[in-house]
Design a protein around this ligand. Structure first.
Ligand code: PLP
Length: 409
């Protein structure tokens, strides 16, 4: 059998530990601010009305069966998913410079991309180190390490402003060896909620171009962040316009609320060149081989739901409306939390709560404050002071603000 020196007991994922502690807490006042999934104003999971409709269509389709999808996934999904990220009129699509493969949600897309780079990013001028933001979604570390790529980090969060450490980020990316892989959150950075401004994105594109770095975009919150699908994709589109060769891991977990269905896509974009379409075909052929050995065929059910919505103009419009409902509620919770803290005169500044975007906010609360909130007020968040805005609602936001006020003083 495997001895402990060979297979040591792994630590529990801190988020799941937090979730367990929350579940076990009998307090009627308990608040879950660790959760990485949208909740409605009643603190309940929300099945998007448009997803319910698409689900009906899937279930009532007399032709429906449980056959395998092709290795690259449902073509009606992957083609529209590419349009969603790059824009329907993207020259990259017109020039057939995009290879799209359905993946096991965002995580699977990240893994497929990491695996592809581990195997093939051995070309002239390539540096195989993957630069991750500090902090980043914790799973990034494991995903890239698991395929044998070395990881490094670039500064991202400025503790003093609770905003972007843009100078630190640029300095590290400038000092990194040319041709490094740089993972970028397309929007709604997890865990900080801090995104570069459009001007800063433009500067980053220029810097990465000069350094010949390889951008790896992670887009898990398109439409969920601002409520505007185009706006939330603008960072990626800027880089594509600038002529980068790049990859994108796209998740439909948050924006469709299809978390457990594992719907997502991986996209490769070749740089514009006469041979770009041919390069793309070769890359697609290798992605198919990797996919075959990993999962053979991606899952069908969530893919069908997303495909139906993306391909039907009326349902697409309804989806946009559902996205505005989710992002609108979250933005409203940010406003309420900030204004309640300011009304209470809670020490410190709280503008970062509304400056930040997406599911999460880095509050600046310290670990002792976080633990006090948990022990005395039954409010659960990760030790780094990250709160999920989705856990706030009209009934608990005041309770949370008052508790934060108490522990900060
Ligand atoms: N990337 C980021 C930054 C995320 O926050 C998440 C989900 O929390 C994901 C990727 C992937 O999620 P999933 O695999 O559920 O699509």
């Amino acid at each position: 059998s495997f001895p402990a020196e060979v297979v040591p007991q792994a630590p529990e994922d801190p988020l799941f530990g937090l979730m367990r502690a929350y579940k076990a807490d009998p307090s009627p006042n308990k608040v879950d601010l660790g959760i990485g999934a949208y909740r409605d104003d009643n603190a309940k999971p929300w099945v998007l009305p448009v997803v319910k409709k698409a689900d009906e269509i899937v279930r009532n389709d007399p032709e429906a069966n449980h056959e395998y999808l092709p290795i690259a996934g449902l073509a009606s999904l992957t083609s529209k998913a590419a349009e969603l990220v790059f824009g329907a009129s993207s020259p990259a699509l017109a020039e057939k410079r995009v290879a799209s493969v359905q993946a096991i949600s965002g995580t699977g897309a990240l893994h497929l991309g990491a695996l592809f780079l581990a195997k093939f990013y051995k070309i002239a001028g390539a540096n195989r180190t993957v630069y991750l933001s500090n902090p980043t979604w914790a799973n990034h570390h494991q995903i890239f390490t698991n395929v044998g790529l070395p990881i490094a980090s670039y500064p991202y969060f400025d503790k003093s402003t609770r905003g972007l450490d843009f100078e630190g980020m640029k300095a590290t990316l400038r000092d990194a060896p040319d041709g490094s892989i740089v993972v970028l959150h397309a929007c709604a950075h997890n865990p900080t909620g801090v995104d570069p401004s459009p001007e800063q994105w433009a500067e980053l594109a220029q810097l990465l171009k000069e350094k010949r770095h390889f951008p790896f975009f992670d887009t898990a919150y398109q439409g969920f962040a601002s409520g505007d699908l185009d706006r939330d994709a603008s960072s990626i589109r800027l880089f594509v316009e600038a002529g980068f060769e790049l990859v994108v891991a796209q998740s439909f977990a948050k924006n469709f609320g299809l978390y457990g269905q594992r719907a997502g896509c991986f996209h490769y974009v070749a740089a514009p060149a006469p041979s770009a379409a041919e390069t793309t075909t070769r890359v697609a052929s290798q992605l198919a081989i990797l996919q075959r050995s990993e999962i053979s065929n991606p899952p069908i059910y969530g893919a069908k739901i997303a495909s139906i919505v993306l391909n039907d103009p009326a349902l697409f419009a309804e989806w946009q409306d559902n996205l505005r409902t989710m992002s609108g509620r979250i933005i409203d919770m940010r406003k309420q939390l900030r204004s309640k803290l300011e009304e209470l005169g809670t020490p410190g500044t709280w503008n970062h709560i509304t400056d930040q975007i997406g599911m999460f906010s880095f509050t600046g609360l310290t670990e002792p404050q976080v633990l006090k909130l948990r022990e005395e007020y039954h409010i659960y968040m990760t030790k780094n002071g990250r709160i999920s805005m989705a856990g706030l609602n009209s009934r608990n936001v005041e309770y949370v603000a008052k508790a934060v006020d108490k522990v900060v003083r």
